[in-house]
Design a protein around this ligand. Structure first.
Ligand code: NAP
Length: 298
């Protein structure tokens, strides 16, 4: 159904965002701007959903008026489990950030992988054959590993506070159709050692923890100080608020090239938009609305 909402009937459609909490999300702002810009009669609504209410919320998504949903922390695993079908990307990541309704069925996918790839492509980061370092090993890191592998990254060193979680990324790095990515795990320790050595070789350094995030656990923190970066290196922070995170400021101070997380956020949303509506997402409108929705002084 292409938007389903052209002139077939007068029903206003719904697209939901399931998460907990969702009050700080800027997805409603840029998704609604995109729907309005293309004249799609639909509302993008944030549904703050505590974990015990997720099954009921998923049932609501089966209604004829619903086009689909985005799913965010902490429900991405549960959404995959409760969906009726899932594509290979969502299964490989082990999490769904997008649900698409087809009749009474919900199909799960994960557009974070495309979000990472397009954000890095926009920033002209060439992934083919390079070495990279990833700090963090949570849900978003799984999408990063899949994206780096799709892009042809040769070798990836992962440092995480909990090493076992980083080890679990081997399954994303080594299974699938594209050539496997050589993945090494090392302690999250910036003293001279394996992480420092990997950082010296890396063309790309990626941060995937909430450190430095506004309203996060430690707004002033960066896992890597400036002397961990080198001139010309690309430094990509998944955190998108503030715009200049402590990680990006440290990278910039060393002459590295800072890339913020807003591009990933908008591109993953744009890919979801395409799947729900069948329409080409208006990227410029989405970026403009996303920037406007970020808190002042970010
Ligand atoms: P997650 O699944 O909860 O994983 C969090 C990760 O951060 C884990 O590796 C965790 O380490 C680490 N961590 C948490 N607190 C830490 C601390 N105080 N010190 C060191 N490491 C710490 O979260 P996620 O979904 O992967 O998201 C990670 C970040 O990416 C968040 O800031 C999120 O906002 C951002 N994100 C951005 C986008 C985008 O579109 N730009 C999309 C998704 C996520 P342990 O394993 O040791 O707990």
């Amino acid at each position: 159904m292409s938007a389903g909402c052209t002139t077939l009937d007068a029903m206003t459609r719904t697209i939901a965002l399931l998460g907990h909490p969702v009050a700080h999300s800027i997805s409603p702002a840029f998704q609604q701007a995109a729907l309005d810009a293309l004249g799609v009669d639909a509302r993008y609504e944030a549904w703050d959903t505590p974990p015990e209410d997720v099954p009921a919320a998923i049932e609501r998504l089966r209604d004829d008026a619903v086009l689909g949903a985005n799913v965010t922390v902490p429900h991405k695993l549960e959404a995959l489990r409760l969906a009726d079908s899932a594509d290979a990307v969502a299964r490989r990541i082990g999490a769904a950030n997008t649900l698409i309704r087809r009749d009474r069925s919900l199909h799960a996918t994960n557009t974070d992988v495309a979000g990472v790839q397009r954000a890095l492509a926009d920033a002209a980061v060439d992934l083919e054959g390079v070495e990279a370092v990833l700090i963090g090993a949570g849900g978003a890191a799984r999408a990063v590993v899949a994206a780096l592998r799709n892009g042809g990254v040769r070798s990836l060193t992962v440092a995480n506070r909990t090493p076992d979680r980083a080890e679990a990324l081997h399954e994303v790095a080594e299974e699938g159709e594209t050539p496997p990515l050589e993945l090494r795990v090392c302690p999250l320790d910036v003293a001279p050692g394996p992480l420092r050595a990997a950082l010296e070789r890396a063309a790309l350094v990626i941060h995937s923890t909430p450190l430095g995030m506004r309203h996060g656990p430690d707004e002033a923190a960066t896992p890597l100080p400036a002397d961990c970066f080198s001139p010309g290196q690309a430094a990509f922070d998944l955190v998108y608020t503030p715009e200049r995170t402590p990680f990006l400021l440290a990278a910039g101070a060393a002459g590295a090239r800072p890339i913020g997380g807003l591009g990933m956020l908008v591109h993953q949303g744009a890919e979801s938009f395409r799947l729900w509506t069948g329409l080409e997402p208006p990227l410029e409108v989405m970026f403009e609305a996303a920037r406007a929705a970020l808190e002042p002084a970010s």
